[in-house]
Design a protein around this ligand. Sequence first.
Ligand code: ADP
Length: 468
Amino acid sequence: MKIKTKLTINFTLLVAGILAVSSISVYLFSLRYRQYDFYLRLRHKALNTATLLLNIKDISPGLLKIIDETTISTLRDVKVWVLDESKNILYSNTDSASTAKILPAFSYMRWTDSNFRTKDDKVYLCIVYNYNKHKYYVLTTAEDYYGMAELKNLRFILIIVFAISMLLTVLAAILNTRQSLQPIKELIRQVDEIKASNLHSRLSIANNKDEIAELAKTFNKMLERLEKAFETERMFVSNASHELRTPITSIKGQIEVTLIKNRSAEEYQKVLQSILDDVNNMSTIINGFLELAEANTEPARIKFEKVRLDELIFSVQDDLLRQGKGYNVYVEFEKFPDEEDSITVKGNPRLLKIMISNIIDNACKFSPNRKVTVKIDYNEQTVDLKFIDEGIGIPKEEIKYIFEPLYRTKNSQGQAGSGIGLSIVNRIALLHQANIDVKSEINKGTIFHISIPRKLSQETTVGETANS
Ligand code: ADP
């Protein structure tokens, strides 16, 4: 069922309920008021008759009957009987003067005190009247014609008012829901027009206070993120192709030039060596892509275990030494761990090694002295690693871009590299809920500070950057 129909039905039912309850209340209150008012008038009539008959000596039952018949009263067809203690009729304003005829109608009454009953639209009243140490019963009965007619009229008015109100309510509900849902309809129309080719379009926000405007704003923010992701993806593909094309062009060029004429074995060897360098370069780039893909897998699919970070760092140090690049990696403890758990984190050892290895490699690569100092520190919540070099530094305005895939700073163009390393680092840090802080000064050096939590909080957020 459409929300429009649902809202209209709900609103109409609600108003119908409120109207029905108030109409029934009005009717019941009027009914009760009329009954009580009728009882009071009947009582007044009974007492009046008893007083005239018993208290005033000169009035005979015949005279009282004449007075009764000629008095203009709001009570129609009222019948009054005055009975003595032995229930003999002393006075009656009707012809049914025999008690045998009238008593069955009053058989349900109490004869001990004044009380009344209602039966078949008629009210029966019995009043115990004490006069001159004698007990008398005044019986009265009448039908509330006027009251009933008024109630019937009220019922009719209430039903008509209810019907008209319901009609107006349905109309108002339809118009109101249509008007309220119009912005949503407009939003759907605008969203429907957004395709991959026009991701730059945004939803127009007419009124910037209501929930629909909030929804449009949130949607616009999502579009912004999507557009950025699409752009990054596009840039990545184009840069990756460019990165791979350079060594391929170089290999192709070298082979073509070599094949022009016969070469000496030495020359072939030199060319092959140069081609091998290019192939190695390509291999590094492709490995980087694979690592990036691995780091991009769903956090749920990655195995997390206890990892001692100092052991990882020493292992990276060993690997780099074996590569014989002339790198110097110094490891220092800010404070020595009392127990191995102090420098243990929950993580994936393979990914953490790739992260540490990339940062150490960068620090040495971008430092003329090929030296990096790794400082290990810890506290209750985190293990902190600082990678300090005395290298070329990173221009301040470029620090925010270095974690983007394939980004390389202007001052690093002379060094070999693909610009993928730090985007892998960023992704791995994110998976481990680690925070990266970079401080750098041109030609003085760079400090990469990574703070890795010892325990992971429940969910690993994906898609946000870990660096600050
Ligand atoms: P690359 O393959 O170029 O090293 P990375 O993604 O690892 O790619 O690094 C991105 C860029 O960040 C590098 O090209 C370099 O400009 C800059 N960078 C990273 N680490 C350092 C560092 N320790 N000193 C100076 N610049 C650095």
